[in-house]
Design a protein around this ligand. Structure first.
Ligand code: FPP
Length: 255
């Protein structure tokens, strides 16, 4: 399949690449990007947010169907209050500002995380963004906002515990599928690939349950500089990964 490039002459030929249906991206490195340029950290977040649009465009053209991005973790409240306030303001501004472009790309927006702790303004903007985009067909952009993998698992356990308490099920009836079905967005497939820019090799509480068999791809590029070339390289490397899911590779199982 060879798709025509956009106006910057990018090509989206997937010949030697493997494009995941479901992709996760940890948008890390905004602070370092800004500090390297003697700018305030907020400048890095602004450019990082602009770069999310670029990622979305590239993912749609490559044919990714679900893109989950880590925007704010349950631990990020520990940052200095002005930085937290700046990020919250950014979320409020951007989902309105970006809507036209997201609509042009046919991108549906959804949120995952514990919204009960978010400011009302942010919750309202998220709700509107979800509502007005719900019929868009090309890709789902899932924004992890006040998201923590441990909290998501805890939440799932609590919901199941309620069923046990009500006498609807026995503890021995609890299955992995039941836990999966009680995660925040059970209809979203587990990410086949998780990309982390900025060189850190950790998950930082991102999609803990869903990433059991995800492939990881780490680059030294800081998130605001992460572009088409990096994404393409990630998909190229993904094509050569041997995903065995605890079994044997196709070649080995024939011998
Ligand atoms: C991590 O970099 C980045 C964040 C905690 C914020 C991510 C948010 C954005 C990119 C904006 C997204 C906008 C929308 C509309 C969803 P860091 O600050 O931890 O960087 P550092 O590790 O270099 O300090």
């Amino acid at each position: 399949m060879a798709l025509l490039g956009n106006k910057k002459e990018k090509t989206y030929d997937t010949g030697d690449l493997k494009v995941p249906v479901s992709l996760g991206v940890i948008m890390d490195g905004n602070g370092r990007w800004a500090t390297n340029r003697h700018l305030p950290r907020s400048a890095g977040h602004k450019v990082g947010a602009e770069n999310l649009k670029e990622l979305c465009r590239n993912c749609v053209r490559y044919g990714v169907k679900y893109l989950t991005v880590y925007a704010f973790s349950t631990e990020n409240w520990a940052r200095p209050q002005p930085e937290v306030d700046f990020l919250m303001k950014l979320f409020v501004e951007l989902f309105d500002k970006y809507d036209e472009e997201l609509a042009e790309e046919g991108i549906r927006v959804r949120f995952t995380g514990d919204d009960s702790e978010l400011p009302k303004k942010v919750r309202d903007v998220c709700k509107t963004a979800e509502e007005r985009s719900k019929n868009r067909p090309n890709m789902q952009l899932i924004v992890a906002l006040n998201y923590g993998g441990r909290r998501e698992i805890l939440n799932s356990c609590r919901q199941i515990a309620e069923k046990v308490k009500a006498g609807e099920i026995e503890p021995s009836d609890i299955t992995e599928k039941m836990l999966s079905d009680n995660m925040y967005l059970p209809d979203v497939p587990d990410p086949e690939l998780i990309i982390r820019p900025s060189g850190e090799m950790r998950l930082s509480n991102f999609l803990l349950w869903e990433s059991a068999y995800s492939e990881f791809w780490v680059s030294d590029t800081l998130w605001p500089d992460f572009g088409y070339e990096d994404l393409t390289q990630a998909f190229r490397d993904f094509a050569s990964r041997d995903r065995r899911f605890g079994g044997l590779s196709k070649k080995e199982s024939k011998t």
